[in-house]
Design a protein around this ligand. Structure first.
Ligand SMILES: Nc1ncnc2c1ncn2[C@@H]1O[C@H](COP(=O)(O)OP(=O)(O)O)[C@@H](O)[C@H]1O
Ligand SMILES: [Mg+2]
Length: 324
């Protein structure tokens, strides 16, 4: 964030645009990077390369499963981590990178996903009558042809939904086959926690054991990540010209209100700042934050933004079981 602090923001739209695209760092990236590195070979300096680790006895690579609730920040974290990674480069039709990023649309079947991969890797001859298994075989072959070494599948739980016309066992197999293909591809999948349950439904557990699980960490009050969240919030407020009184404990209240869930806490923090900018307020006030938090929540009684001392509000809310 330091590099942008020197730019002066004048108009309201300028400030809002700046705020919206700000990525707040507080250590989650390092957690994910740590897991990601384990999927790859290292160079002589011990740094990760773009070559997936492959078990020489079986010829298989392995996978990583990023799990978290909806809105927790999985997609933002994945995008950020991949962009910041020095060896993984995104593959697009116009750019020969080594990493393919796919977002599964809500209704996609396993065949549809294979077709999306074929399209993204420049295979134009998709025959609609093609069987899912064949589409997948060609997809895996394409990885080798175009130099894709890592496949990232976001919203992966969508292909594992059961229902008519859906084949969950085949979907699980397709994921396993990605890690068994001859060109050696590392697989990263992200989704809500039911993704893990769906993969575990395979009786043999063969696919599940090939994945390491990484849960999106929360931001506990008093932790270093909470401190860094505070730094991001305060710097952003400064940048858009809104004063924050430390004694009001805005940061603690936001994290408490959203139970430390990253995406939601960032969103609420930004919403509070956005509102102050739009209304040209010089300083943040608890009453306004409370109003924003209440929106869409109905009558929820006392909120963490109740305008009395934070210690008192916290005790009161804990007594009614807010933190659980
Ligand atoms: N570290 C972050 N900095 C800024 N915004 C974030 C951050 N993490 C999440 N967000 C925002 O929170 C919202 C939800 O995140 P998203 O990645 O879509 O969650 P998920 O993929 O887990 O459903 C998005 O608007 C996203 O931009
Ligand atoms: Mg997402």
């Amino acid at each position: 964030m330091n590099e942008t602090v020197s730019l002066n923001l004048e108009t309201i739209p300028e400030k809002l645009a700046w705020l919206e695209e700000r990525y707040w760092r507080f250590g989650q990236d390092d957690v994910l990077s740590g897991y990601l590195e384990d999927l790859f070979e290292v160079d002589d300096d011990g740094r990760m390369t773009s070559s997936p680790r492959c078990d020489p006895l079986t010829g298989e690579t392995s996978g990583l499963m990023l799990l978290g609730g909806s809105g927790d920040g999985k997609t933002a974290l994945l995008n950020r981590t991949l962009r910041a990674n020095p060896v993984l480069t995104e593959f697009t039709k116009n750019q020969p990178g080594n990493t393919l990023f796919i977002t599964v649309p809500p209704e996609a079947t396993i065949k549809k996903l294979a077709e999306i991969i074929l399209g993204k890797t420049g295979y134009e001859k998709v025959d609609p009558r093609m069987r899912a298994a064949d589409a997948w075989e060609i997809s895996r072959h394409r990885f080798g042809l175009v130099g894709i070494k890592t496949v990232v599948i976001d919203e992966c739980h969508h292909i594992l939904r059961s229902g008519t016309g859906r084949d969950v066992p085949a979907a699980i197999q397709s994921l396993k086959h990605i890690m068994q293909c001859e060109s050696g591809v590392a697989l990263v999948i992200a989704g809500v926690p039911t993704l893990r349950d769906a993969i575990m439904s395979e009786p043999s557990g063969e696919t599940y054991r090939r994945f390491t699980e990484c849960y999106l960490p929360k931001i506990p009050l008093g932790s270093n990540s909470a401190r860094l969240f505070g730094v991001n919030f305060t710097r952003s407020a400064e940048k858009v010209g809104v004063k924050v009184d430390v004694d009001d404990a805005f940061v603690e209240r936001i994290l408490f209100a959203e139970h430390g869930r990253v995406g939601r806490s960032v969103k609420l923090g930004k919403e509070i700042l956005r509102n102050a900018v739009i209304r040209k307020r010089v300083a943040l006030e608890l009453e306004h934050a409370e109003h924003i938090f209440r929106k869409g929540k109905g009558d929820i009684g006392v909120t963490p933004f109740h305008p009395t001392s934070w210690g008192t509000v916290k005790r009161e809310l804990e007594a009614i079981g807010w933190g659980q």
